[in-house]
Design a protein around this ligand. Structure first.
Ligand SMILES: C[S@@+](CC[C@H](N)C(=O)[O-])C[C@H]1O[C@@H](n2cnc3c(N)ncnc32)[C@H](O)[C@@H]1O
Length: 231
């Protein structure tokens, strides 16, 4: 496990947990060697829809996309929109590259690493959607600062969303759920879009299931879905 620390919760290298797993097969290695360089978010400069895709269409940002199935399905649903996905786990990035190749998706750019370092480089008020789906729970109280759902990252997400933009968050973890409600409830930048319990107890339309969510359901866990509108 790596844990880089920084004093500023919005600019830190928030890389905790594993970055690589099983050895890549030759076909997967080829995706990393050939496709990934063409889709990487540039190392420097502002990150805008214009700079990445050559148009100013709506921009979506996914934090920790896992194996990328949610991002790929959303990008396929919304071919005129641009998607940026960040994930430090190499095997996850390979999964996303496979979806991008199989579905021939031209509207995704990837960063293999910390999402917040990329989010910081996006001009304020320019994102239409931010997704944080089943973030690592860090259930022990002494690790609570590592949770993505914390004041610094949430302020950053709020700054980068445009008014009317949407922040989607999902979890199956009761500790994380309570923590997230504490961070988000009454947050001046966000309006919770749930009007009745079914709005957060059932997966909303246009919210594809993630791999982690499917696993949670198989294990009999309840899953909670939150949609917040940027005020
Ligand atoms: C529990 S998994 C969920 C993956 C996926 N969202 C899903 O629902 O299937 C959490 C993911 O967040 C990623 N992650 C952790 N810290 C991150 C960071 N600072 N930036 C981007 N992704 C991060 C992990 O590598 C991991 O793949």
């Amino acid at each position: 496990m790596t844990a880089h620390k920084s004093g500023d919760p919005t600019t830190l290298n928030r890389l905790y947990g594993r970055q690589s797993g099983h050895k890549l097969r030759p076909g997967q290695q080829e995706l990393v060697d050939r496709l990934l360089p063409a889709l990487c978010v540039p190392e420097e400069g502002d990150i805008t829809a214009e700079s990445l895709f050559g148009h100013d269409h709506p921009l979506h940002f996914e934090i920790g996309f896992g194996a990328g199935e949610h991002m790929a399905i959303r990008a396929d649903m919304l071919p005129d929109h641009g998607f940026i996905g960040c994930e430090p786990f190499l095997n996850g990035v390979v999964g996303a590259l496979g979806h991008i190749r199989d579905k021939s998706l031209p509207n995704i750019r990837l960063h293999m690493g910390d999402a917040l370092s990329v989010l910081n480089r996006i001009p304020d008020g320019s994102l239409s959607f931010v997704y944080l789906l089943h973030p690592d729970p860090w259930p022990k109280a002494r690790h609570a600062k590592r949770r993505m759902m914390n004041k610094g990252p949430v302020e950053l997400i709020a700054r980068k969303l445009k008014p009317g933009g949407e922040f989607r968050f999902g979890t199956d973890h009761p500790v994380y759920l309570r923590w997230a409600l504490m961070v988000m409830n009454g947050h001046p930048a966000f309006e919770w879009l749930a009007k009745e319990p079914k709005d957060f107890l059932t997966r909303p339309g246009g919210w594809p299931e993630t791999r982690y969510e499917a696993k949670a359901r198989r294990q009999g866990h309840e899953v909670w879905y939150f949609r917040y509108r940027r005020i």
